[in-house]
Design a protein around this ligand. Structure first.
Ligand code: BDR
Ligand code: CA
Length: 316
């Protein structure tokens, strides 16, 4: 079985990514590294611990990563993140205090250790900023050739960003880190807005979870409804909420959910193009490409799989 590490800024869709990773067959979720983004890193870690407890996965360790980007010394949560994910990151739903603590080892060291231990068998899925992965590469460059695959949620190639017309939120937090990650030797798949904005969930689906009558079903329905309401009220999409982060987990486990193109990607961070993920003109003729970019998704098959997995999980 494949081993998976998630790197989350645990907001609502990150919470759905945890559920997908736990429910999917043939993969072991061996740990969660926490990032800043939708909320502060400490809040992100606490949210992950609480969600794991809600789902009965009390054996999955949670680590802290960076508290701010590689180019700043401080991070404040953006107001729009609070509007979309709630002040606590998980839709203002108050889950019971976790019985376990966060691990004392740093998330960056945990990733480095796991890369050496599991090598090709390890899948790393960042669904927040790239700061932790970048820090791990700086500390131990050998991991670039060890980790089996990195499938990240972030960026936008064929559509505009969601923070600015250039930048998607995760890349916007630390574009320089994302650029270094893309230029490393890692095997990378990008699951960006190109595909994640097409996989939408509605309240018809969250009602199915609520109707299960379980704690997990009820809380996940409440958490997700906050996010669906925000999408509606902020006019992001009136037809449902985007399954950004759980789609990245789905693609990491079953790449056939998406069509990809092989490109030499980079991230720009001048004032005029801050946080843009784009093909590198200087390497157009370089046959060794660095990123598989998802540009199309089999959305019905993905949504059916997503609902099957999560409904089964929430039943228990
Ligand atoms: C990404 O940004 C975060 O707010 C979400 O959790 C997702 O990972 C979408 O742009
Ligand atoms: Ca996220």
């Amino acid at each position: 079985t494949k081993k998976m590490i998630l790197d989350l800024d645990t907001g609502v869709d990150d919470a759905l990514a945890i559920a997908y990773a736990l429910a999917a067959p043939d993969v072991d979720l061996i740990g969660i590294v926490s990032s800043y983004g939708n909320c502060l890193v400490e809040q992100s870690g606490e949210n992950s611990l609480k969600l794991l407890e809600l789902l009965g996965a009390t054996d999955v360790p949670v680590f802290l990563g960076a508290s701010h980007s590689s180019t700043t010394d401080h991070f404040d949560v953006m107001q729009v993140s609070k509007d979309i994910h709630g002040n606590n990151g998980i839709g203002e739903v108050a889950l019971p205090k976790a019985k376990r603590p966060i691990e004392t080892q740093s998330g960056i060291d945990f990733l480095i250790e796991a890369a050496h231990k599991y090598a090709d068998n390890l899948i790393f899925v960042p669904t927040g900023p790239m700061t932790n992965l970048d820090a791990a590469l700086a500390k131990d460059p050998a991991i670039a050739d060890l980790i089996g695959n990195v499938t990240f949620m972030g960026g936008a190639l064929t559509v505009e960003g969601n923070v600015t017309s250039d930048a998607e939120a995760n890349i916007n937090q630390d574009p320089e880190a994302a650029d270094r990650v893309m230029r490393s030797h890692l095997k990378i798949t990008m699951v960006g807005l190109d595909v994640t904005l097409r996989t939408l969930l509605t309240k018809a689906e969250t009602q199915v979870w609520r109707n299960l009558g379980t704690d997990a079903g009820k809380n996940y329905a409440d958490i997700t409804d906050f996010y669906i309401d925000a999408y509606y009220n902020l006019d992001i999409d009136k037809n449902g909420c985007a399954l950004h982060d759980p789609l990245a987990v789905g693609v990491a486990l079953d790449p056939s959910f998406v069509q990809t193109i092989d490109l030499n990607m980079k991230v720009t961070y001048d004032e005029s193009n801050y946080g843009r993920t784009v093909g590198d003109k200087d390497r157009l003729n370089d046959p060794t490409t660095n990123v598989k970019v998802a540009v199309n998704v089999d959305k019905q098959r993905y949504l059916d799989t997503f609902m099957n997995y999560l409904t089964q999980l929430f039943k228990q």
